[in-house]
Structures are given as C-alpha cells and as structure tokens.
Design a protein around this ligand. Sequence first.
Ligand code: MG
Length: 412
Amino acid sequence: MKIVRLKTAVVEGNFDWTFVRIETDEGIQGLGECFFAPGLTGILRSMEPLLVGEDPRDVHRLFRKLRLAASGAGSVAGIVYNAISGIEAALWDLLGQSLNTPIYGLLGGKFRDQIRIYADCHGGEALESLDEVLRSRRPSWLKQIAKHTPKDYYDQKNDEMESSPRAYAERAIAMKAQGYTALKFDLDVPGAEGRDVHNRCLTNRSIDHMVNLIGAVRDAVGYDIDLAADCHWRYSVADAIKVAHALEPFRLLWLEDPVPPESIEALRAVSSRVNVPIATGENLYLFEGFQEILQTHAVGIATPDLQKVGGFSAAQQIANFADVQTIPIAPHNISSPVGTLAAAHFCAAIPNFLVLEFHASDVPFWNDLVEGVPKPLIQNGMIQAPTKPGLGVKLNEEVARKYARRGEPFFE
Ligand code: MG
C-alpha cells in the first residue's frame, strides 16, 4: 500500500477543526484531526511530499521521518506537531483498516468499553467560536443563536459584567441532567480577576468570587458530581496557592493550569503546597514535554491533547510513564467528533485514564459531522468505544462542507 495524496479541510466549529485525509493507491483513506494553529494547513501541505510513495502502515517510521524534517527547521515541539498529530492519527486509521482492527486494538486492546466524558462548562456557558489566534468570530451557525456575546479570549476587562453564581449553578444542573458525572468550569472570569489583569495577582474579593461560583455549583449538583476548575495559566504561585486553599472544601477533581505553563518549578511549588490535584498538559508536546513534570510530581493529573501532543504513540508513552508514577490521564480535547473518537481509542487503551474532555456542547452540528457510529455520540456522559476497524468513523462531508472555513481548501 502506498500513500498517493494528503488533503486537508477546515470546519469552523467553536474552534477550527482541521482535518487531514491520507489517500492510498488501494482506495482506502485515513482520517485525522489536528488542534488548530496559525498556518496549519500550509504545514500539512508541506509535509505531503514526505509521505507520498510511503507505506502508511509504517506508522512509527513515518512519524520519525516527519519529526526529523521538522527538527531541521527548529521545531522540536510546537505547532508543527499539531500537524504531525493529525497525520499520525490518519496513519493509525489506515493501519487499523488494513488489519481490520480498531485503533485501540493496535495499542494493546481495551481496559474499558465506555469512555467517561466531562463537560467543559466555561464560565457558565460554552457558546463561543474562536479563530486560530483566539479572536471571537461569528460563523453561520452561531449567528442563528441570538444570546451569544462575542468575546476575544484575551479580552478580560475589569468593567465587564461579573460572572454569576446562578449561571454556573444552572449550567451545572443542565449538564448533570444530560447524564454527565464530571464538569469543569473556568475560574478566570469577570469578577474573579485582580485589580491589574497583567500582574497575576488576585484580591481577596476576587478569590471570594471564585468561592461563590464553585460553591453555587456544589450547592446545585452536590458532591457526587466530579468538579474541576480551570485557571488558564493566569496566576502567581502565591495567589494560586491562596485559590487552592480557599476552594479546598469543595473537593475539586483538579485545579487546572493555575500558573504559566513554561515554569515547571512554579507548578511544583503550587502542587507541593496545596491539597488539590494540579492538572496541566494541554500546552506540552511529546514525551519529553511531560517527562519532568511527571517524574517530579509537579502535577497530580496530566492532560495531554491527542490532536497536538505528537499523536497516539507519544500519548501512550506519556500515559505509561505517568502510570508508573501513579498519575492519572485526563486528555484535553476541543475537537470535532473525529478527534474526540480518536482520543476515545487512546482512553480505552490506557490503564490510568480518568476522564476525557468535551468542549462543544453548544455547537449544534457536532454530532452531524460524522457517520457510522451510534448517536448522539455521548450518551449519559459516556462514549462507547468504536467497534469498526481503524478510527471507526467517517466524516460527513456534506455537513463539513456547509460549515467549512472560507479560503481554506476543502479536500482539494
Ligand atoms: Mg484548560
């Protein structure tokens, strides 16, 4: 079997869902999804000549070929690996189809048939669409929803209306009613920032506001629902510790990214002084990116993203090493059903899986994007491990084309 072509398409969901399709001379195709990045489809196209003529079933060898090519340009991590992750997933899809085995079968088989999902609830709502540099935008599906207020990711203003405990509670009740047993909310929201949004420092008032938000959720859904909180890298070590202590009575599943991701020492300082598991990983690449935080227990829970970390093999290396350190894996995931199902294969195949993210509950066409699997994909807060060979799902191209990003090729 030989690779003859690599094609891409981008769908405007709540993020740019970037698909890579690898076509072969035997007529079968592999499908992968990449985490968004500026210039991503250009990177994917540049990699096509490295793959054409190769046997797609040599997944590890081709990964190493792409890795060598990327490192020559200086990329030992970073967004080139968003591209490689999607390609690597498409190669596993092809290998699985050629051997008539689901991807988790190629990874050593399943530990579980059902993948537990947590709903990302943002700041009480999850209605947004962000471009590749995190500016708010209004794709066609979002224009139809009147209540949406556009907000750039970076745009945190002190004068914005305070996020409300009631909205948090209502969102939690709604997601619990859908069957989710684990939820995540943002803590870095209006009303919970300090006097100066740049110095990473919080006021007592802002910490009290966080306590009110999380307290409202606990009052609404009780303690049987697992609850995580995300800080998006915003705080100083000292103030992250204050936040963790203030939230201790709520028995969080984890506190995510309280400090900037670049400093392992800062992360370790927080982790060693609080009584809540600290989670990080969505900015990290490859095993090498995780090795030190795992072996020094700078984190309690690791959150690699399958669409960016370097692919299944890198993620499995990370998970195995984390397992030796008794650290659970809770993959970050903002992808379409294609990437989510890819992550589900991985989650089925590792012992130390905790829970997988779902970030698109407000995107009305999320389930429609794929065919060949029972729907809705998430039922009672769970995804069934796919049973068909390879990834086990096909993209619905009619739906994908309807929401395709203008100016990007659509599998051309
Ligand atoms: Mg996060």
